[in-house]
Design a binder for this molecule. Structure first.
Ligand code: PEP
Length: 252
C-alpha cells in the first residue's frame, strides 16, 4: 500500500510572521492525518516553520535547490543549506521554474541527483502545456520529462522520489484536470517507472496530482487508483482548506 502525501507549495507567499501564523493554525487541524503532510515554503520561512512543527506530523519542504555543493551561484541554495535548516523534502522541476527561470529537463536531473545524494526526498514535477495536450503529445512528453529527470538515479534512490503530475494549464488557473485525466497521466508515469525500474518500483512509487486541487475537488481526484496524493498551491495558503484536502487523502 502506498501512503498518500499531501504537500503544500506556498510559492512566493508568506513572510516569516505570516508563515508562523499559517502553520500554527494547521498543526491541530492535521494532527491525526493518516497521510504524510508537507509544507514547502520560501527559504526565509524555514526557521519559523521548523520551530512550530517540531514534534508534530508536519514535515518541511523547500521549493527548489541548486545542484552544486557551494560556490558562485548568487541567490541559490544548496542541499546542505536545506538539510541544516530542517528541510526533508524539495520540489524540483516545478513548471514555474521551467517557465520563468530557464529550468530544463537536464538541469532538473542535476538537481534531482544532488538532492538524493544529500538524503533529501524529492517531489519531482512533470506536466504538459495546454498546446501539448491539444497536440495529443501529453503521454510522450510526460514520459520524456520523467525519464530525463531520473537519468542515473538508482532504484534505491528512487524510493526517495515522489512524482507530481502537474498539467501546466491547471496550475493556478482554477481549471482542474478531470479525475480521469489526472488518473490517466499518473498511470502513464507509473508505466514509465515500470519500464525503467520494474514492476515493484512502479507499484511502490507515490504519484501526486497538482493543479487547482482544492477542498471541493480533492476527494474525487484522490479517489483515483493511480493518484496517491496532491501538490497544492493556492489552497495550501488557507489552513482549513488544506486540512480538508489532507482529510480527503486519508479517506481516498
Ligand atoms: C502548484 O503550484 O504546484 C499548484 C498545483 O498550484 P495550484 O494548486 O494553485 O494550481
Amino acid at each position: 500500500m502506498r501512503k498518500p502525501i499531501i504537500a503544500g507549495n506556498w510559492k512566493m507567499n508568506k513572510t516569516p510572521s505570516e508563515a508562523r501564523e499559517l502553520v500554527s493554525a494547521l498543526v491541530p487541524l492535521v494532527k491525526d492525518a493518516a497521510c504524510d503532510v508537507v509544507v514547502c515554503t520560501p527559504a526565509v520561512d524555514f526557521a519559523a516553520v521548523s520551530e512550530v512543527i517540531k514534534g508534530t506530523n508536519i514535515k518541511l519542504g523547500a521549493e527548489n535547490m541548486h545542484w552544486k555543493e557551494s560556490g558562485a551561484y548568487t541567490g541559490e541554495l544548496s542541499a546542505a543549506m536545506l538539510k541544516e535548516s530542517g528541510v526533508e523534502y524539495v520540489i524540483l522541476g516545478h513548471s514555474e521554474r521551467r517557465q520563468y527561470f530557464g529550468e530544463t529537463d537536464v538541469t532538473v536531473n542535476k538537481r534531482v541527483k544532488a538532492a538524493l545524494a544529500a538524503g533529501l526526498k524529492v517531489i519531482l514535477c512533470v506536466g504538459e502545456m495546454l498546446a501539448d495536450r491539444e497536440n495529443g503529445v501529453t503521454d510522450e512528453l510526460v514520459a520524456l520529462q520523467t525519464k530525463i529527470a531520473l537519468k542515473d538515479v538508482s532504484a534505491g534512490e528512487l524510493k526517495n522520489v515522489i512524482i507530481a503530475y502537474e498539467p501546466v494549464w491547471a496550475i493556478g488557473t482554477g481549471k482542474t484536470a478531470t479525475a480521469e485525466q489526472a488518473n490517466e497521466v499518473c498511470a502513464v508515469i507509473r508505466s514509465t517507472i515500470k519500464a525503467l525500474y520494474g514492476a515493484e518500483a512502479a507499484e511502490g512509487i507515490t504519484i501526486q496530482y497538482g493543479g487547482s486541487m482544492n477542498a471541493k475537488n480533492a476527494a474525487e481526484l484522490l479517489a483515483q487508483p493511480d493518484v496517491d496524493g496532491g501538490l497544492i498551491g493556492g489552497a495550501s495558503l488557507k489552513a482549513p482548506d488544506f486540512a480538508v484536502i489532507v482529510d480527503a487523502a486519508t479517506k481516498g
